[in-house]
Design a protein around this ligand. Sequence first.
Ligand code: AP5
Length: 213
Amino acid sequence: MRFIFIGPPGAGKGTVAKILSRRFSIPHISTGDLLRAHIQQKSELGRQAAAFVDQGKLVPDALVIEMVRTRLKEPDASQGYILDGFPRTVEQAEALGKILRDEGMVVEHILNFDASNAKIIERLSGRRICSKCGEIYHVRNIPPKKEGLCDRCGGELIQRKDDSEDTVRRRLEVYRRETAPLIDYYNRMRLLKDLPADLEVAELNPILDQLVK
Ligand code: AP5
């Protein structure tokens, strides 16, 4: 099964992706996570991407498309995947369409995470991520059992550099300008399903069951 998740920063794409990735045993492919890993490893791609990610701007399409094309060829993606944060521009959506057509594959579910600005700000200001395994927490909504430590691997929980107030504001502007047009793009293809992303995780579960059965 193949999924695409579209939505503003902090709407919960990564959180839901981790739930469905475990449920369907398919990889969660987050372009943000891939880029952050490249930046940490100081690869050539990481070097080129770092300033864009830190400032909350989009990394140039050509770099991201090549990174995704390579990732989708890995064996674990052969039976399906969840694409979280890609595509983010019409150019990326067209490149993905071509990759899928070339492989004779289709995407079954495109979910549009519909979240309010107030919820986004509340979520991003309380987000913590595991520095080792990337598990996502929230200081109030989804706290770890032991403060500051990951329940799954014991890693240290940290705040993302791009979750500062100014950078979040920039990421939201970039989303509205560059990514929101994809809602029309996929709507015209009658492929999009809306997810009321302001709901708590427990309330989302039955809706996800309906949407992805
Ligand atoms: P990326 O890492 O993709 O960030 P994003 O899209 O801004 O999304 P986030 O990861 O911030 O939010 P999310 O929706 O996954 O929310 P989460 O589940 O964590 O991209 C980062 C940067 O990389 C970009 O700015 C850009 O520079 C670059 N980039 C990435 N892809 C690119 C591309 N395709 N092209 C060009 N550049 C690209 O949840 C947030 C918080 O809320 C957490 O604390 C969580 O615990 C909590 N929470 C989540 N859901 C719920 C819920 N239902 N109830 C209660 N709490 C919840």
